[in-house]
Design a protein around this ligand. Structure first.
Ligand code: PGA
Length: 248
């Protein structure tokens, strides 16, 4: 059985005080056994981690740098995250690819550093509307996987989590249909099986992200190849996030 994962991505939202209230509410009200992850801003990570002590809910950084250390003002390295006992790191979110011009090669370096420092990468892939309309989305996703994660050894690849997030669905209120989500998730799993083997493909959790809400999570998660979600907007409200977490 693959791990069911619901990961929140707060993005650049919440003061420390608001974040603390939100984490406390999630911790107090979630009783299920799916893996919940809270992707918080760097400044919040230690606070979130301490507040979650004694629960199975885990914290994730939203990014890390692609170099090990050095003169990169304002950046955070994977070893810093590891030293703060942060277990997960989101890598390659489409907002970072777009606004920070992150390339597939840089993302490959981030994935390598994260694994070296024993962090679990939540690797994001996904296509723009333009690419989907040209019907190039399958090739696009395959290329993202090839250039950023398929260089990993089978042993390392088996540790990562993948999130498929169609850019046209992120923060737009437009969700991929159940069929569209399943189709791409099955494609990703098939490509993993081709690159590695079916045992590895069957073991990898593939999350869907993009306007996932309490009212559509259940039908999305019912798909054979959708193992959970990466949740932006709806992760900012404890009741919505928990409702999504309970949607399996
Ligand atoms: P959304 O964001 O749920 O607000 O669409 C998802 C994401 O960007 O991870």
């Amino acid at each position: 059985m693959r791990k069911h994962i619901v990961a929140g991505n707060w993005k650049m939202n919440n003061s420390i005080q608001e974040g603390l209230e939100l984490v406390k509410a999630i911790k107090a009200n979630y009783a299920g056994d799916n893996q919940l992850i809270i992707g918080a801003p760097f400044l919040h990570l230690s606070m979130v981690n301490e507040t979650l002590e004694g629960s199975s809910i885990a914290v994730a950084a939203q990014n890390c740098h692609h170099e090990e250390s050095g003169a990169f003002t304002g950046e955070i390295s994977t070893s810093m995250l590891a030293s703060a006992n942060i277990p997960y790191v989101i890598i390659g979110h489409s907002e970072r690819r777009e606004y920070n011009h992150e390339t597939n090669a840089q993302l490959a370096a981030k994935v390598d550093l994260a694994l070296k420092d024993k962090l679990i990468p939540i690797f994001c892939c996904g296509e723009s509307l333009e690419i989907r309309e040209k019907e190039q989305h399958f090739n696009w996703i395959t290329a993202q996987l090839k250039e950023s994660v398929f260089h990993l050894t089978a042993e390392n690849f088996a540790k990562i989590v993948i999130a498929y997030e169609p850019i046209w669905a992120i923060g737009t209120g437009v969700t991929a249909s159940v069929e569209q989500a399943q189709e791409i998730h099955a494609h990703i799993r098939k490509e993993i099986a081709r690159q590695y083997d079916t045992a590895i493909a069957d073991g990898i959790s593939i999350l869907y992200g993009g306007s996932c809400k309490p009212d559509n999570a259940q039908e999305l998660f019912a798909n054979a190849d959708v193992d959970g979600g990466l949740i932006g907007g709806a992760s900012l409200k404890a009741d919505e996030f928990i409702a999504i977490a309970n949607s399996f």
